[in-house]
Design a protein around this ligand. Structure first.
Ligand SMILES: Cc1ncc(COP(=O)(O)O)c(C=O)c1O
Length: 273
């Protein structure tokens, strides 16, 4: 990652060379998260795929935080593999996921067992041997299928979802001492924020310590954060209506004002007030 916590194509080339130097071997696979789980920063997957192919290394696009929430075109990225997480971004029960690949790789990845029982002559031709253990079955699979039409549609709302994300972050940055650790403006709905220069200072002098912020939020009907672990934490606006996102921002700013933190309401974006 560079100083902005972004993985670039150049850095990938350097890493390939370093591994070659150190081990004498060429990497067998390059796998990069389009958006990572820490900052949900966007990494240069297209550039990285290009570098991978220049070295003749296959490229796996990890869409754990993208497939199912935004449009993903594996061909356009020129990925050899695309993986998505059902329970992370596809509104599906756990554990589930998807794997896509090219015509070139499909016969290898999805090959079925060639084994024939020596006595019975029985064939087991439907078992995909590279899928370890059992593959998706029963209610998990049905749950994923039930979600799929909605998921397929909702990816088209991504830009609007990202606008809401930026609205929340702008609202938090308008609070004195507010800090965002993810890249900004946001390109994803998940963001990592740092409240050590505002809410956490209040927490230190509060009888409920780090729990005060969760107490305040839950008294306004906002739940879901790890209570007491809100110094550096992640929030996701995905799927919230505009009304709810505004409510969240108003609530945070209201709590800030209650504890005498300055709120620069002029910085509000989207002219929503
Ligand atoms: C970036 C990233 N990729 C993949 C995974 C694994 O996803 P799954 O739970 O679908 O195996 C995680 C899990 O936390 C993750 O953060």
């Amino acid at each position: 990652m560079n100083e902005h916590n972004i993985v670039t194509a150049d850095a990938t080339a350097e890493k390939i060379e370093a591994i070659k130097q150190e081990t004498g071997k060429m990497s067998v696979l390059i796998m990069i998260d389009h958006s990572d789980y820490q900052y949900a920063n966007e990494h240069d997957v297209k550039g990285i795929a290009k570098v991978a192919h220049q070295y003749d290394i296959p490229f796996l696009y990890n869409g754990a935080y993208t497939v199912g929430v935004m449009p993903v075109d594996g061909k356009e990225i020129s990925a050899d593999f695309v993986v998505g997480s059902g329970h992370k971004s596809m509104a599906s029960p756990a554990p589930s996921g998807v794997l896509a690949t090219t015509d070139e790789w499909a016969p290898k990845i999805f090959r079925t067992t060639q084994m024939v029982g020596d006595v019975t002559k029985r064939k087991f031709g439907i078992k995909e041997v590279e899928m370890l253990g059992c593959t998706l079955m029963g209610s998990t699979l049905i749950g994923m299928m039930a979600s799929f039409p909605t998921v397929k549609n909702r990816v088209h709302n991504w830009e609007e979802e990202v606008k809401k994300s930026n609205y929340l972050i702008d609202g938090l940055l308008a609070i004195e001492g507010g800090k965002i650790l993810s890249e900004y403006p946001r390109k994803h709905t998940l963001s990592k924020v740092d409240t050590s220069r505002n809410f956490d200072i209040i927490a230190q002098g509060h009888k409920r310590k780090g729990f005060f912020l969760s107490d305040e939020l839950s008294s306004k009907g906002i739940v879901g954060e790890f209570a007491g672990a809100t110094r550096v934490w992640k929030l996701n606006t995905y799927g919230l209506s505009w009304e709810k996102v505004r409510y969240v921002v108003d609530t945070f700013q209201g709590i800030a004002e209650k504890y005498k933190l300055q709120v620069n309401r002029e910085n509000d974006s989207n002219g929503s007030k």
